[in-house]
Design a protein around this ligand. Sequence first.
Ligand code: NAP
Ligand code: ZN
Length: 371
Amino acid sequence: MVFVGNRKLDILKTINITNMETIKAKAYGAESAETALKEMNIERRDVTAKDIEIEILYCGVCHSDLHTVKNDWGGTIYPVVPGHEIVGKVTKVGKDVSKLKVGDFAAVGCLVDSCRECESCKKDLEQYCLNGFTGTYNGKDKHLGTQTFGGYSEKVVVDEHFVLKVPSNLNLAATAPLLCAGVTTWSPLRHWKVGKNSKVAVVGLGGLGHMAIKLAKGLGANVTLFSRTKSKEKDALELGVDAVIISTDKDEMNAVKGKFDLIIDTVPYVHDVNPYVSTLNISGTLVLVGYLGGLEPILNTVPMILGRKSVAGSVIGGIAETQEMLDFCGKHNIVAEIELIKMQDINEAYKRMLKSDVRYRFVIDMASIKK
Ligand code: NAP
Ligand code: ZN
């Protein structure tokens, strides 16, 4: 049974057919798009043969958490417990688990399940599972039938296939954002084969943007940041960018026409993509990872056709690719720039995120939820 506060979830009337053992966990979540996040009690499945139980030590705060709480994309099932940048310690394992053992550090990103049988899953592209992947939150837990609950919580139980190993040299709190912001930008960098001779640009210096810069630099690319104001220029240079272009300045935009092989656009809201397409080189690609929905103003195909340019999209990354990214970060000592917050500060953090006042990822110290 799952209770949130004293309320039994209606959804369980039809799905509590398995009589699975469950465990209780303290969490922070929202009961509607209009209400603040608050403490609640949830139940998760107890470990089955292939499951790992993780005590969550740190959880990053992604702009997708905020979009989901506010139901920006529709389809949010309340109560929702966000959080898909999870790092913690293994506290229990099922009898058939071989990947990790009790006491190991472990990480979980945006995916906790997929069909594992379709063409995408077989190619390690679980994020494009043809039967739909199960999100770490607001997905459907195939075992319990309830919605999945994310990392703003004391613990989580996940099938070992979807649990990642954490490089031992990295700061744990600053590793958490790699699980979403890291892999979401790593995946297009790898897909479009970014390397030493690549010219990459990143639109927006937030959680995803700052990871895109670090990872592209790690791969040896020349990297430019497009930001709306000069306020983040100094930080961007410290992060390693080769140039900063103020996207609201027409002269600066004109100066980089035809320059980039790959642009990673992380802007969360509708915006004019056309000025960025003009800055692509022949055969270049602008990949949208932020905004979901119709573009306004509409996309002008003329520069695309005349320059064989592409506008594409990309969602998170598969499990093997996430592990590859974590190992790369371990080798190159790459972690996120973070501001550690208490669980109780989450509503203030969301307000600041809406003002782009994050340098550059909030991470929740999950010890605070126990107080
Ligand atoms: P974030 O930390 O809030 O950063 C977004 C950045 O975009 C801001 O720092 C700002 O940079 C710029 N920006 C914000 N509002 C803007 C506007 N109205 N017009 C132009 N630029 C604006 O967000 P995030 O966590 O990086 O997430 C970015 C987006 O990616 C969100 O929509 C999130 O849901 C999505 N996301 C997608 C995936 C995926 O798999 N595709 C995965 C994770 C997240 P400047 O101040 O430098 O201009
Ligand atoms: Zn995310």
